[in-house]
Design a protein around this ligand. Structure first.
Ligand code: MG
Length: 389
């Protein structure tokens, strides 16, 4: 019988007001399953607006749930990752990319003894600030907003969770823990070498790259933009194909592709775990604070990092800059720029609640935020409604 369950009467908090008992139960569980260098809930710096602890969910589990139930998270299903909707239904959207990052990060986090609830909250949040049309949309909005501080999807994620999600009567935003906000702030300000980050934050960054290197390879092969033969000379792909050939013979093209992609995830995850677990054992950190303020980084060994860079260069040249995608991106960017100008010239086009926000942040910033919140389809519909063609 699992003695972790809060149903066990002596551990069950007596009332919803009994925060100390609620966090006590979570703490007992975390002390058993987490490494000393993981971020433990009892050491959280809490929330900007203080709240009672939940009866049976820890603070990072609540953050994860709040993000999952946000409008910005749901809209990820209508936002492209690399390939647009009219190219088919097989490839990843921003939402399924996010889910793949979360599941890969949880796997690595569990193996290393890190806080899975915090990892999942950070992973589910990491792309919620993405505008329509991926990085092309982001570049266009950044250019539109150059007079008012620019636009970054990582920074916009913080604006969403702190200001734009209005779902609780007591406070604006989702009132997430300081640890989740600091993790996203690190993503928004990576050039700032002064910023320390928890191992869980570093891990989600590594899982993001693990996921997109594998799924962009899969999608590009499935869409026929590149072939396995063209990729077979890349060192990482060659190694994975050798593993596949040892396990299976006479696979058809489809199963060979999926076996390759499974191996691509497996190899990156396994090597990251073994590389980091050995080093973490050696360093012997006794707290999350000690680990985050050291020079230790959750990253791949040099050889695999170089192999990943080679794969990413190939994807950049042959997939992300594919003429079809370049044409789609150019059309989308033109539309965003024209809509930005139209909203700035005619602020009455905003729905009423956005007009109120325009009074506090100014019309250009509001126009960028409104456009950034759109799904790809809603962006196209809005463009047609305001008849800019
Ligand atoms: Mg991502």
């Amino acid at each position: 019988m699992n003695t972790d369950l809060p149903l066990q009467s002596e551990r069950q908090p007596k009332s919803a007001d009994d925060s100390s008992e609620a966090i006590g139960w979570i703490d007992q569980r975390e002390q058993r399953v987490l490494a000393p260098f993981a971020m433990h809930s009892r050491n959280s710096h809490g929330r900007i607006h203080p709240e009672q602890e939940h009866l049976y969910r820890g603070p990072f589990q609540r953050d994860r749930d709040r993000i999952l139930h946000s409008w910005a998270y749901r809209r990820l299903s209508g936002k492209m990752q690399v390939f647009t909707g009219e190219m088919g239904d097989y490839h990843r959207t921003r939402l399924t990319h996010t889910q793949e990052v979360a599941t890969i990060a949880r796997t690595i986090g569990r193996a290393l003894g890190l806080n899975e609830d915090l990892i999942e909250a950070l992973a589910l949040m990491h792309d919620i600030g993405h505008p329509p049309y991926g990085h092309a949309g982001e570049d266009a909005l950044d250019e539109c907003a150059k007079e008012v501080g620019g636009f970054s999807h990582n920074q916009f994620a913080l604006t969403i969770v702190q200001e734009l999600e209005i779902v609780y009567p007591q406070f604006p935003g989702l009132n997430l823990t300081m640890e989740v906000l600091a993790g996203q702030n690190f993503r928004a300000d990576k050039a700032n070498v002064e910023l320390d980050r928890l191992l869980e934050v570093q891990l989600v960054d590594a899982a993001d790259s693990t996921a997109y290197d594998a799924h962009d390879t899969d999608d590009a092969l499935k869409l026929g933009l590149v072939s396995i033969d063209e990729m077979a000379e890349l060192s990482l792909i060659k190694t994975c194909l050798q593993h596949v050939a040892k396990k299976f013979t006479a696979l058809d093209d489809s199963l060979r592709r999926t076996a390759l992609v499974h191996q691509l995830v497996e190899l990156q995850v396994t090597q990251l775990i073994s590389h980091c677990a050995g080093q973490l054992r050696q360093r012997g950190f006794t707290s999350a604070l000690e680990a985050m303020s050291s020079n230790f980084l959750i990253e791949h060994a040099d050889e695999l990092s170089e192999q990943k860079r080679e794969l990413e260069r190939f994807l950049y040249e042959n997939v992300y800059r594919h003429p079809h995608l370049v044409a789609i991106r150019k059309t989308a960017q033109d539309r965003l720029r024209r809509m930005f100008d139209a909203f700035c010239d005619n602020p009455e086009l905003f729905p009423a609640k956005y007009q109120r926000r325009a009074e506090s942040v100014g019309v250009p910033r509001m126009a960028v935020e409104y456009l950034a919140g759109m799904t790809d389809r809603f962006c196209e519909q809005t463009y047609e409604q305001i008849a800019l063609d």
